[in-house]
Ligand binder design. Structure first.
Ligand code: DHB
Length: 334
């Protein structure tokens, strides 16, 4: 394998990531709801090494969530209906935030609510505790709430109202969007106009699983949200199409990423940063592994500044020596 642009045996890759007003050391994050409430992952690796840690969605008040079973493993995917169970921001901040601070994590807090007012309350409660918190991810796309609330991000108007309600918090805001609608671009535009720095996409894909032998649903909540490798092409296409339609938008790409190659593909499609979620269930070190693989892949491809590749796919790969290196790598795969 030839490594292009090696100087003194080293090829350094600049991983710095700019998400509008939020600067991160690298683009790899955890995905909300896939690694506990916060600090649990620090038992497996140094959380300060990631670009950011996105915690499980938390609301203003405690919420019991849905009945079990809450998870159903499927081929190449996972279906879940947790129903946003959580302790509420007060208890979360007391029990989990100190561990994140101690680990040096750049924390992004995912918040949710059943109404616009509840989102406002969640952001007000968070506003007094921002030490170590670098941004808010507003989950407007949970598929598993049975209440009257629709999925907020199926409506540009509802998404705008939620982001406006959260905006007074004064730190960068990202809106986490649903793939289960045709109006992703309108919703994304509304989120940014309302004050979001960018969007995180995609949340899980609506799905269901039935055991034919017992004629029962696999999840206690009924339907659920599908995640994992099976949804990666859906996420990639959603990111690609949004970036082509709104080139200046900042996108955090998420959906089935479990390797450095998956991460690079998502960035080529248009994501400025990426999140690793379901992969963490089978490999708790997956986010850090993906970061290592992505860095090594950049070195092999001669990508000296990772941010240069964001949205590159429509133009084709013309990065230094990439064609030669890629053919070497394809040969290795055979
Ligand atoms: C849940 C929330 C989500 O945003 C999601 O994508 C899947 C599941 C939940 O808590 O049920």
């Amino acid at each position: 394998m030839r490594i292009p642009n090696r100087k003194n045996g080293q090829f350094s890759v600049d991983l710095e990531t700019n998400l509008a007003s939020l600067k991160l050391d690298n683009p790899v994050m955890t995905a909300a709801g896939t690694s506990g409430h916060g600090a649990e992952l620090s038992a497996f690796f140094d959380l300060s090494k990631l670009g950011a840690v996105v915690v499980k969605s938390v609301s203003a008040y405690p919420w019991p969530g849905n009945p079990g079973p809450r998870l159903a493993p499927l081929a190449g995917a996972m279906l879940n209906s947790v129903g946003l169970a959580g302790p509420g921001i007060g208890a979360w901040a007391k029990d989990y935030l100190p561990g994140l601070r101690q680990a040096g994590a750049k924390t992004i807090v995912s918040i949710w609510g059943k109404t616009v007012e509840e989102y406002a309350e969640a952001s007000e409660l968070l506003a007094g505790r921002l030490d170590g918190i670098v941004a808010v991810e507003v989950n407007v796309s949970c598929p598993n709430l049975k209440a009257k609330s629709e999925i907020f991000s199926h409506s540009a108007r509802a998404t705008r109202a939620v982001i406006e309600a959260v905006r007074p918090i004064g730190i960068p805001i990202f809106a986490k969007l649903s793939p289960n609608t045709h109006s992703v671009a309108e919703v994304a535009e509304a989120a940014v106009e309302a004050g979001a720095c960018g969007v995180t996409m995609i949340n899980t894909v609506l799905g269901m699983s039935i055991d034919p032998l017992t004629a029962s649903l696999d999840l206690g909540g009924g339907g659920g949200g599908l995640s994992g490798p099976a949804i990666r092409p859906i996420a990639l296409r959603a990111v690609y199409e949004l970036k082509r339609r709104i080139p200046e938008i900042v996108i955090i790409g998420v959906g089935g990423i479990s390797s450095g190659r998956d991460a690079l593909a998502m960035m080529l499609a248009g994501a400025s940063a990426i999140q690793v979620g379901t992969a963490t269930f089978s490999d708790p070190k997956a986010p850090l592994r993906v970061l290592g693989e992505l860095t090594e892949l950049c070195a092999r491809l001669g990508i000296s500044r990772l941010s240069d590749v964001v949205g590159y796919a429509p133009k084709g790969m013309k990065i230094t020596s990439a064609v030669e290196t890629l053919s070497d790598m394809k040969a290795e795969d055979r």
